[in-house]
Design a protein around this ligand. Structure first.
Ligand code: SF4
Length: 334
């Protein structure tokens, strides 16, 4: 590990001042469950670390509504996952957190830091023996011609096909969340749809926040489709594993029993949280049946570009979408 400076500001305002005075090698430390790993692997080598995880200003959880729920960036994943109102009114959000990582990690990790976690591509974390454009731009990509079983079938480029590894952001994407951020140039709000970016020619750039910007809170509009929702995660083992395919789904029905609002977003298959508007349109105005849910799943996975070892994600994904919609429909108020 390389030497670095460490600062623990007492307030958000102080944190902004520290970030304004910091150089480009500065990293924000929240729960530390990703940053410490990457520092030990020498993938992240910050010159300065600004620790915000004790800032109580950032830890508030507000599920009193009525129009939106709000989660401070430093709220712990476990605390948000266990919120009884969230579990009842927005099960997809609560489940996306409860099915992530392990209990110990969820006790430490924050809902703001979770949004910006880096990929689990084994070549990215495997060190200099493997070329990796994300770790070292221009060096190549070991996943091409290598083992790409866990890699993306949507949103990839010629430089990188690493999947976005998170669950929480996938559920937030399905329900049009926004992220409030603060930095030396003031406050702004970023739609979750605009937070993460595809790799393109710059796979080392994963999101649209500046290095001196701090996530303050995440806000989610309360919607009927939130009540009828689920986060369905398929993985190699039932705990402490990343998604092969995951689906955040929500539905709300009109008075006639047809779907009037449908939300579908995918995880584990794309380079960023992947919303599926074409699949949502398949169901909107239709009855939710086994057949229509499968049609929505097929629409969600149309246009997938699998590699050598991950074509199985298409069939698995179609069926996971259908199953998620069934669960969501059973929970929806009719
Ligand atoms: Fe690196 Fe992306 Fe290739 Fe993985 S897929 S080795 S992260 S460039």
């Amino acid at each position: 590990m390389r030497p670095f400076s460490y600062t623990a500001p007492a307030t958000v305002a102080e944190a902004v001042d520290v970030l304004a005075a910091s150089g480009p090698g500065t990293k924000i430390l929240a729960g530390g469950t990703t940053l410490y790993d990457l520092m030990k692997l020498d993938i992240e080598a910050p010159t300065a670390v600004v620790d915000v995880h004790r800032l109580t200003e950032l830890a508030a959880i507000d599920t009193t509504g009525p129009g939106e729920f709000s989660f401070g960036a430093a709220a712990r994943m476990a605390d948000v996952a266990d919120d009884p109102v969230l579990r009842r009114d927005f099960p997809a959000l609560a489940e996306s957190l409860a099915k992530a990582a392990s209990q110990q990690l969820r006790n430490m990790a924050t809902v703001g830091g979770n949004l910006l976690q880096r990929t689990r591509c084994g070549y990215f974390r495997g060190g200099p023996a493997f070329p990796c454009n994300k770790r070292e731009p221009g060096s190549g990509c070991a996943a091409f011609g290598g083992l790409d079983r866990g890699h993306a079938i949507f949103g990839g480029s010629d430089t990188c096909v690493a999947t976005y590894p998170g669950d929480w952001a996938v559920a937030l994407r399905a329900f049009d969340a926004v992220v409030d951020v603060i930095g030396p140039r003031g406050e702004r709000t970023v739609a979750i749809a605009d937070l993460h970016v595809e790799p393109g020619d710059t796979p080392q750039r994963e999101h649209t926040l500046a290095g001196d910007e701090l996530i303050v809170r995440i806000r989610v509009p309360v919607t009927s489709a939130g009540r009828g929702s689920t986060y369905h995660k398929i993985r190699d083992r039932e705990s402490y594993a990343f998604a092969l395919v995951s689906v955040a789904a929500g539905v709300a029905f009109d008075d006639q029993g047809a779907v009037e609002d449908c939300r579908i977003a995918l995880g584990g298959v794309a380079t960023l949280p992947w919303r599926c508007p074409a699949a949502e349109m398949v169901l909107t105005g239709e009855r939710l049946t086994e057949e229509s849910a499968l049609r929505a799943g097929e629409a969600a996975f149309a246009g997938a570009r699998p590699g050598a070892h991950n074509v199985f994600k298409i069939e698995l994904g179609v069926r996971t979408v259908a199953d998620a919609l069934r669960i969501a429909g059973e929970r929806a108020v009719r």
